[in-house]
Structure formats: structure tokens, C-alpha cells
Ligand binder design. Sequence first.
Ligand SMILES: Cc1ncc(COP(=O)(O)O)c(C=O)c1O
Length: 452
Amino acid sequence: MNDLLKHVAQRAGRYLEDLGERRVAPSPEALAGLTRLDGPLPDGPTDPEAVIALLDEVGAPATMGTAGGRYFGFVIGGALPTALAANWLAGAWDQNAGSGVSSPLAATVEEIALRWLLDVLGLPPQCGGAFVTGATMANFTALAGARQDVLQKVGWDVARQGLFGAPPITVVVGAEVHPTVLKALSMLGLGRERVVTTPVDGQGRMRADALPTLSGPAIVCIQAGNVNTGAFDPADLICRWAHDAGAWVHVDGAFGLWAAASPTRAHLVAGYAEADSWATDAHKWLNVPYDSGVALFRDPAALRTTLRLQAAYLLPGPSRDPYDYTPESSRRARGIEIWAALRSLGRSGLADLVERTCRHASRFAEGLHAAGYEILNEVALNQVLVAFGDAETTRRVIADLQADGTCWCGGTLWQDRTAMRISVSSWATTEADVERSLAAMLRVAEDVMHHA
Ligand SMILES: Cc1ncc(COP(=O)(O)O)c(C=O)c1O
């Protein structure tokens, strides 16, 4: 075992070193090589080192270089060295973090990580939390608690009675709501199409002057960090309006909530602490390995009522049982990596990570604008939307840039404009990575124009 782990550490170290120079998207040949992993299931065992050698030799070149510094697609962070190392250690420990009895260590470390998270995100210290796979599940988990609470207030216990015959819940979202919120609503029986949609402004922010009138049980979903523009809904106004009507406010803050950790960006999350629940990711801006998201609630009681697990063989442990707050029962102890990331960065390291990536985004916007390309969003965070001309030209630039391999950016449609998205979310991105990627963008765009 020891030799195998040393061996794999060497391979992983080499992979990460090589990422600095290799193309970001895998080559077609590397992807074609994946057939070497296929074939009939072997009849008998294979030597562990041979299995790992095959996986590394065939798999590593076929990876997308998301762990490196020049991947700017979607909103994808890398893995901080300490977080990756903690992930390996936690893998060796193989703890079941479902209950305090199955792993007192995991339950304790997650309690500490939760406290630190609330601190850096500027949320009330008495909040409860659940460590889940990502923001999608964090939205689902938090909205399950919201559904319980708003129905409980009108005398309906949805955990016991189900939704059939329940009083209807009004769900308000913005027109730029992230699709994973709608997916969560659909999984909760609240329906992705029965939402009341509030119009948004040019940055995707819900318009406070266009909010509907609320009556009866209601949940309002707001957003900290639009996936395209990085914009924030006006939380203070919306929370006041929703709470006056007795509604629950849920925040999808997959990455934007982390602005709170930076003194120069914290103003963007003004008012968000007034909400009732929050969903965020740790695998995006905190840069822990996949998969890691967190659901947070002001008053965890409603959530516990919904998700509590009870059986004769499940005895309560000395600390809280995480499975009373998560959709899962058995699961890996993903809070350990969050603890390690926060312990290694500290308050100033986290602020620097957020500020640095935002600065890199501004530099991209500046460089592209200076070259005559149109920046479609106000770059206040880590997201940039750029158009290289008409839709067809922009699509060609994106495709050629991806094929070029220097960096990777995806496309989007922003309020009817085709755009390239640049999201700077990785701790690993350096100024040199930004300059090299910017030069590639300008070179590819010029080539496309030249051949148009
Ligand atoms: C605003 C927002 N919400 C939710 C999600 C979904 O996150 P995950 O893929 O971690 O479930 C994302 C992902 O980019 C996002 O940007």
C-alpha cells in the first residue's frame, strides 16, 4: 500500500507540473486513446501498480487542464495544494461522515469548518449547515428547509404529510435564475415552470421595482453572482420586501457569496446576510477538489424536521449527526478539505485569492477592450463577457481558441448576444497565465477576422 501511494504521489506531482506547459484541452489523439481503458471486464485481478500506470498514461493526457492556471470555462476552481493533500489523507482515512458515531472526527472537523465558513462569508454565527456535493444540491437542501418552514407556518407538515393537498407556495425567481435552482425546485415538487419570474436589468439583477405582490406561503430565490456577468441581486431591498410579507429568502451564492471574504469586494454582498438560507460551492472559489458545496440556514430546525433520519440502530452521537441535515446518509468527509483550505489560507490568503482572481478578470477585460472588442458586462467580480463582433465571428473565435490549446473559454448567450465567457476562479492562475492567454485570444481573434 505504502509503495503504491508513494508511486501515485509521484505521478500526480508530475501531472500537475506538466500542466503548466501542456495544452489545456486534450488533443483528439489523447481522447481517442481512451479506448485503451475499455475492453471486457478482466476475469481476474490486475496488479495495482499496473492499473494506476494505465490510468495515468492513458487518462492524464485526456484530462481537461482545469487544475492548471489557464482554464477559464464555466466557473471552475482548481485545487489548493493543502486541500488536495487533505483530500488524499481523508481518502486514506475513508471516514463515513454521515453520523457522529461513524466518524466523530469528521463531525467535529465539519463543525469547525462550518463556523469558519460563516465567519468568512459574513453570515450569522448561529446558522446551521450541510456539506453536500455542490451548489445544485445545496440549493435543493436549503429549499427543502424553506418548503418545510413556509408550510409549517400555515399548519402543514410537508415532511410528514407530503405535498398532495398542501397549500400552494409562491416561488419568486429572477429572469436570470441559475438553472440548478429550477432543477432543485422541480425535485422538490415546486415545479420549474410555476415560478413567478421577476424581470432583470442589463446585468441580470432582479429589478426591485418590478417585484410581485406576495400573499400566503412564499419563497424568494435571489442570486449572489450571476453565472454570466457576476452581478448581484439587490438583496437588502428584496429581503425587506419579502420578510414584510412573511416570505423566506434563499440565496444562490455558488461563487458570488465569496466576495464577502475580500474587503474590496464585500460591498457586493451587502444585505445578503439578511436572507434565511444560502447555497454556495467550495469547489469553485475556495478551490477545494470536487465535489464540495455547502447549504447554510439561519434556523436549522426546519431542515432537521425535513431531513432527519431515524431508525432503531441509529443512535445519536455526542455531536450533531450530519445526516439529519443532508439528503445523503453515508458520504465522504468533504468538510475536511474545506477546513484545510481555510486553515492554510487564513483570512488574508482567502481575501487575496478573491482579489487576485478579480484583478485577473479586469485585466482580461481591459486588454480585450483596448483591442477593440466589446465587453458586455460590468466587470465587478471574476466574470467577463466579450463579443468579437457578430454571433458567427464570436463562435468561431471560441472554437479556434479551444483548439489552439493555450487556454480554454466557453460561450454563452447573454441577453440575445453571443459572447465568450471568461471566469477566473483558480488559485493557480498567475499574471503570466493571464498575459499568455490574452495574447492567444487576440491572436486567434485577429486570425478569424483576417479570414472572414
Ligand atoms: C449561480 C450558480 N448557481 C449554481 C451553480 C451550480 O453549481 P454546481 O455545478 O456546483 O452544482 C452554479 C455553477 O456554476 C452557479 O454559477
